[in-house]
Design a protein around this ligand. Structure first.
Ligand SMILES: [Cu+2]
Length: 156
């Protein structure tokens, strides 16, 4: 093995070590019991009859949240810990020409749901930790797609 090949082998091993460490860390962190800070219900068998329904509308380029009292907030909303909420998600054209598909993702709640024009999609979750957690649109939806992010506040 000449010097050049030795160097190349060392480089290869170094890269594999870095990638392996990354993969290991990812596997470890996603297997932790507290990876998700919310319990979710994806059964869709019990459509909500209680007052904790939050209507969500995705439009270019904002998320609108309307709670059961009719109060609407943009790119942020507040929920109470240990309470089950159901998001009913739709898409609207807002002030733009078209309604397009968006995708609402709460990484720390481990939930993700599409906003599809002409369709109501629903998902239920129960936040089990207080705090402020991010959400964002993860379906490319046009020029200001990157602005479709915000915070959900979980209060006691
Ligand atoms: Cu979007």
């Amino acid at each position: 093995m000449n010097k050049k090949m030795k160097l190349e082998a060392m480089w290869l091993v170094a890269v594999l070590l870095v990638l392996g460490m990354g993969a290991g860390l990812e596997l470890y962190s996603t297997s932790l019991p507290n990876f998700s800070v919310a319990e979710k219900d994806t059964s869709h068998t019990n459509l909500p009859t209680n007052s904790n329904v939050i209507q969500v509308t995705g439009e270019q380029w904002a998320w609108l949240f309307t709670n059961s009292t009719g109060q609407t907030t943009t790119d942020t909303f507040t929920v109470t810990v240990n309470t089950t909420y159901t998001l009913v998600v739709q898409s609207d054209k807002g002030s733009h020409q078209f309604a397009v598909i968006h995708d609402l993702y709460f990484p720390q709640f481990d939930i993700q749901i599409y906003a599809v024009p002409g369709q109501n999609n629903s998902i239920s979750f129960t936040p089990i930790h207080t705090g402020t957690f991010v959400f964002e649109c993860v379906e490319y939806c046009g020029y200001d797609h990157y602005l479709m992010r915000g915070y959900v506040k979980v209060v006691a």
